[in-house]
Design a protein around this ligand. Structure first.
Ligand SMILES: Cc1ncc(COP(=O)(O)O)c(C=O)c1O
Length: 364
């Protein structure tokens, strides 16, 4: 049985494999969702999303990054995952290539393949904090390249791109006529560095975001695309045909959450504390990779010194301690010998996991 499936079935498991925040959505989101559904806001909406939600999203970009995003470039979707699929269907021609980082969010290559494209990867090094070396991206972009997909704060590393790297990647995409696609779903969960939107440097990029992570609203399924001006019509057609709209009352709830904010200052402080707990423990266990996550809620652990591959290590640790972590290989070759530990779970659970793993590594 797969490790993650097993983790869901065993009793007394501490879940460090989870990818969703433990905090509650803003209370206003629940209120508005119930009221809105009770008042009959349950029919289809405009495929682009309700205008008032798109206004809230546009205001958010103005407030957060000082950039103007006109409503006609905003497309509300049922989560950022279908948004990513729509963007890939738009950007990728059969046989063309998308450049990904290695490591990367595990499903990325599947989105590209679904659009009949190929992927090529640029290796990121923990020794440089997984900061991209722009020369490697230059070398990876060729005539067959259709897109460059970046993610900061990143899953699975928790690394946050420096503003210089974001600017250099924007510049590279512009010089080479490559579509830049920026997955900004973990924006707001940057506790040691400031995450910069590509929109601070250009309009000519796709941005994907949503309420899943920043507002703790994973199951509500609400995301969005900011499309570059010349792709607005193409994205409109794809969204209209394949997605129809995001749930009507959830759009109202998302608008309320975005306008109200999520009280992120204390959440960021909590994530920083949990990161420190886990990182200190990783150093004690000898599994530290020498970098410090600055955002999201993930830490990669180097398990190359332990017997077996990462799947076997994850399985053995789960069986013997009841601590579940995600095996790294699906995130790319650079994560081949790693486990991904999430600190999105409660501090008490993280402390319990550390206690169990302390005992395990002492006796192994
Ligand atoms: C990097 C990244 N992008 C996108 C998603 C999907 O998020 P959504 O809930 O908006 O579909 C995730 C979820 O884990 C993620 O980690």
């Amino acid at each position: 049985m797969e490790v993650l499936e097993k983790a869901g079935k065993l009793d007394d498991v501490v879940h460090l494999e989870v990818g969703e925040p433990d905090f509650e959505p803003p209370a206003i989101a629940r209120e508005v969702a119930s009221e809105s559904a009770a008042h009959g806001e349950v029919s289809y909406t405009n495929a682009r999303g309700k205008e008032s939600l798109r206004e809230a999203i546009s205001d958010y970009y103005e407030r957060q990054y000082g950039v103007e995003v006109p409503l006609n470039r905003i497309f509300v979707t049922p989560g950022s995952s279908p948004a990513l699929l729509a963007v890939m269907l738009d950007v990728v021609d059969p046989g063309s290539e998308v450049v990904l980082t290695d490591p990367h969010y595990a499903p990325y290559p599947n989105f590209v393949r679904q659009a009949e494209g190929e992927t090529t990867t640029v290796e990121l090094d923990p020794e440089t904090g997984f900061e991209p070396q722009i020369a490697d991206f230059e070398a990876a972009v060729g005539p067959e390249t259709a897109g460059l997909l970046i993610n900061s704060p990143a899953n699975p590393t928790g690394a946050v791109l420096s503003p210089e790297s974001v600017e250099a990647l924007v510049d590279l995409a512009e010089r080479t006529g490559t579509r830049l696609i920026s997955d900004e779903i973990y924006h707001g969960l940057d506790f040691d560095a400031e995450a910069h939107s590509v929109l601070e440097y250009t309009d000519d990029a796709f941005v994907l975001d949503g309420v899943s992570k920043r507002y703790g609203m994973t199951g509500w399924r609400l995301g969005w695309i900011i499309a570059p001006p010349d792709e607005e019509q193409a994205i409109n057609r794809l969204v209209q045909n394949f997605l129809i709209c995001a749930p009507n009352h959830v759009q109202d709830a998302a608008e309320a959450a975005i306008r109200e904010g999520a009280g992120l200052d204390s959440i960021r402080d909590t994530y920083r504390e949990r990161r420190d707990l886990l990182l200190d423990a990783a150093r004690d266990w000898g599994l530290d990779m020498g970098y410090t996550p600055a955002g999201a809620y993930y830490l990669l652990l180097d398990v190359s010194s332990l017997p077996g591959d990462a799947f076997e290590v994850a399985d053995r640790i789960l069986e013997e301690t009841g601590v579940a972590m995600t095996p790294g290989p699906d995130f790319g070759t650079q994560a081949e010998n790693t486990l991904r530990a999430s600190f999105a779970t409660s501090t008490a659970d993280i402390e319990e996991a550390i206690e169990r793993l302390d005992a395990y590594f002492e006796s192994h």
